[in-house]
Design a protein around this ligand. Structure first.
Ligand SMILES: [Zn+2]
Length: 90
């Protein structure tokens, strides 16, 4: 009920924060995957969805939010995270 709601930047769907992948580092340093959702900095959220990852890769998001500075392997890391999504445990 009191879960914070965030919007996926790819498909604009609103979901509970825990149900989204968090990326951090927008606008400043290299973007990184923030699995614990605890890193400082502006965060962006993405569904656990390959479709959303494709949109994220294909559109202007990278430039707009990260100035194309993604950590090496980040997109692969995100994909692995989507494919191996842990359950609701933790
Ligand atoms: Zn989405």
């Amino acid at each position: 009920m009191s879960q914070p709601i965030r919007t996926c930047i790819a498909c604009r769907t609103k979901r509970e924060k825990k149900q989204l992948l968090r990326l951090t580092g927008a606008g400043a340093n290299q973007a990184r995957l923030d699995q614990a959702q605890k890193m400082d900095g502006r965060g962006l959220y993405l569904c656990y969805s390959i479709e959303c990852l494709k949109k994220f890769k294909g559109k202007k998001f990278l430039h707009r939010h990260f100035q194309n500075q993604l950590a090496p392997g980040l997109l692969i890391e995100i994909e692995d995270c989507i494919n191996g999504r842990p359950g609701q445990s933790a």
